[in-house]
Design a protein around this ligand. Sequence first.
Ligand SMILES: Nc1ncnc2c1ncn2[C@@H]1O[C@H](COP(=O)(O)OP(=O)(O)OP(=O)(O)O)[C@@H](O)[C@H]1O
Ligand SMILES: [Mg+2]
Length: 251
Amino acid sequence: MTDLISVRGLTKSFGDRPVLRGIDFAVPEGTVTVVIGPSGSGKTTVLRSLNALELPDGGTVTVGSETLDFAAGEPGRAALARYRAQSAMVFQSHNLFPHKTALENVTEGPIVVQRRPAGDVEAEARALLDRVGLADHADKYPHQLSGGQQQRVGIARALALRPKVVLFDEPTSALDPELVGGVLTVMRDLATEGRTMVVVTHEMAFARDVADQVLFVDGGKVLESGPPAEVIGDPQQARTREFLDRILHPL
Ligand SMILES: Nc1ncnc2c1ncn2[C@@H]1O[C@H](COP(=O)(O)OP(=O)(O)OP(=O)(O)O)[C@@H](O)[C@H]1O
Ligand SMILES: [Mg+2]
């Protein structure tokens, strides 16, 4: 399978504090990569680098047809825009426009940023809201939706941008437990359809069932990677075992 994402030697410091210390991995097209690791290990920074929301200090990232080489200095605006258009991000929570309906939240990016025709975009947005189980909620405002429904609007909004890859940063960790399942079900369906996804999550059952590869990130490095049966089922590194033990057997 062709790699849709390729990350080489990514480094990033905040001030004099190194946060990414040489991150390497590849994501074949149509596969799901789950990123796990302790708090502060750099998971979000890796994900934000994939969307160029964060600009690393060194290394290269390729997503789809676009490559950024951070060692060559800051990329130009046009290169950044082309690069960012390859992916879309689903955040932890609280990022819908509060004064726009679910439908308007989904159509905003394609109409305003991508300048696609409003009629086409709206038809596609309604189909996407249907896909995430919200056909009847298109005209509701975020405050009229549950946290889980808001997250599913966020997923529809990401898909409406027609990205080659969807990036998820702990999409269920801010939800009440009874709302987590509905969001994970939508994500499982997307994986089954062959969507390329990179997912930061602590949901180990999801990782085990859905991931093609798991990356264990610790101290700004990928300490261990491979299929879930290896990284989660039979971890080789002591740090991975300690982390999984804490996640799978909380006090
Ligand atoms: N904008 C920033 N300015 C300064 N330091 C930052 C910034 N963003 C992240 N950091 C630091 O970089 C390190 C890695 O942060 P990151 O958010 O990538 O970790 P994470 O693995 O996603 O953690 P968590 O599981 O808590 O979400 C942390 O020590 C964090 O404090
Ligand atoms: Mg994070």
